[in-house]
Write a protein that binds this ligand. Structure first.
Ligand code: FPP
Length: 283
């Protein structure tokens, strides 16, 4: 419990924030934004109306995350599968929405000291969108409080394929395949997310219990929180509910719970606060 509430939280957010332990916030939260289509269908609106309303949810979530001091927030905006399997009209709408979001949001990102990054196969996106993305990234590159990463045309399996290819190319440039080094650190360093710690918490909206090809390597030890709230209805207060649930969990990284932990240590114990300390353990 603590008394200082970050400025800008509304009444409900403040109530929830006061129940949190600010020393045990997740460093990195990843969100699978889902339910835009269902939100629209329930209102007899076209699917794209759900995407349009989803932007307000993005705005609220990003601001609240930055206000409470989350270091990294990653949003699954659209997958490689969404990009390849949805009607062109919907994909075009999403591209337009993203471009407008980036243009409108840069001043607010700068005001809140948020740096923008992207993961996914950007080279497959339309040139005009890529230009807008590059502009927004550059405009926010000096910000240092939170990194907001948008997963666009993203697939975890493609990311792993790209990482292994990048490892092989790096070895070839470095004198040949005998210099190929494959271990957990080298793979992590070749992922799109090399600028980020692994997520501590992954949130999925709309009640679905799937990871949908999102950050499969990086989520190895993440706590999973699924809420029935559809993405367009999601706000900062729901993010805080996810954080509250996260703080109830006991993270073991394959070790023992505190009740069963040995009182004296023999050799190296997996650290409860450092996921890489217990990389090979299963939990
Ligand atoms: C999933 O809902 C959502 C998407 C595929 C798109 C997400 C886009 C936004 C939230 C808005 C734009 C984002 C940014 C960053 C500006 P769905 O369509 O799969 O919903 P359904 O499962 O109910 O059909």
């Amino acid at each position: 419990m603590q008394s200082t509430v970050p400025p800008g939280l509304d009444r409900k957010e403040t109530e929830l924030y006061l129940k949190l332990d600010p020393k045990r916030l997740p460093r990195h939260i990843a969100i699978i934004m889902d339910g835009n289509g269902r939100w629209a269908r329930r209102r007899h609106l076209p699917r794209v109306a759900g995407h349009r309303s989803g932007v307000a949810a993005v705005r609220s979530t990003v601001e609240t995350a930055a206000r409470i001091g989350i270091q990294a927030l990653t949003l699954y905006a659209f997958s490689e599968e969404n990009w390849k399997k949805r009607p062109k009209s919907e994909v075009d709408f999403l591209m337009g929405l993203l471009s407008r979001y980036l243009k409108q949001e840069v001043p607010t990102l700068n005001k809140n000291n948020i740096r923008l990054e992207y993961i996914g196969r950007q080279h497959e996106l339309p040139a005009a969108v890529r230009e807008r993305m590059a502009w927004a990234r550059q405009a926010t590159e000096k910000n240092s409080s939170m990194v907001l990463t948008l997963a666009l045309n993203y697939s975890a399996r493609s990311e792993l394929v790209d990482a292994f290819q990048s490892l092989v190319h790096a070895a070839a440039r470095n004198g040949g395949l005998e210099h190929l080094q494959v271990d957990e650190d080298s793979i992590s360093q070749h992922l799109y997310t090399r600028h980020l710690p692994d997520p501590d918490l992954v949130i999925r909206t709309s009640g679905e219990m799937r990871l949908s090809n999102f950050l499969l390597w990086q989520l190895a030890y993440a706590e999973i929180y699924v809420t029935p709230t559809l993405w367009p209805d999601f706000r900062g207060v729901h993010l805080l509910e996810g954080v509250a649930e996260y703080q109830k969990r006991e993270r073991r990284y394959g070790g023992l719970s505190q009740d069963h932990a040995p009182t004296q240590s023999h050799g190296v114990e997996p650290s409860r606060s450092h996921p890489h300390a217990a990389k090979t353990a299963r939990n």
